[in-house]
Design a protein around this ligand. Sequence first.
Ligand code: ADP
Ligand code: MG
Length: 247
Amino acid sequence: MTNILSIRNLHKSYGSTVALAGIDLDLRTGESVAIMGASGSGKTTLLHCLAGIITPDAGMVGFAGPHGAQTISAMKETERSRLRRESFGFVFQQGLLLPELTALENVALALMLSGTARAQAEGYAQQWLASLGLAGMEQRRIGELSGGQAQRVAIARAQVTGANVIFADEPTGALDSSTSAEVMDALLKSTVGLGKTLVLVTHDSAVAARCGRLVEVRDGRVIHDSSPTTQPTEAFTAPVRPAQVTQ
Ligand code: ADP
Ligand code: MG
């Protein structure tokens, strides 16, 4: 497998607080990686550096995407925001969905922001919702969905623009264990099930165990990195992208 994201000697501090103290990591295309560690160990900072949300103080973040090798850590904010919009998808514990919009509108909006006309965006969004088990829920507002359903909307929203890498920070942090397992099913089948890469931060060892690889962080350093294994993933048929939706 080829590396899709590589980091070398990554450092990041906030004032006198050292969040990342020299991290090297290679993430392979199509793998699912769980990042675990105590609160404050640097997991979110690591995820945000990988995803180009923040820039490190020192070190390199490289991305081998559809447009060839790119050095995220050297990009200006406008380039990084374009990369995030085109190549990355994000699922957080909560908060990325707009509560005043319906499930369908939340997913379609991601496409409309990248220039897709409403009718096409809604058609494709509807297919993504259906493929994640949300057929019939399209017109519900986010507050009218269960926590697990809302997270599946968030997964659809993260994926609909054709992301190569999905970053998830505590995606099951607010869910009970059976709902958490359902959300992991949806997350895994729609990412690694389609050859995409999943980078997931979690406190939950049951969630981490679903991933093919475990990276443990302490005090801003990687203290353990398991050899990748292949985890069985449910078959998943990707929705058919309409002709006018360009990546
Ligand atoms: P984790 O996600 O593992 O809980 P974080 O990456 O959020 O850890 O934080 C690592 C360290 O950096 C912690 O000590 C945290 O308090 C600090 N930190 C994170 N973000 C900021 C920030 N924006 N300003 C100041 N300190 C921060
Ligand atoms: Mg965190």
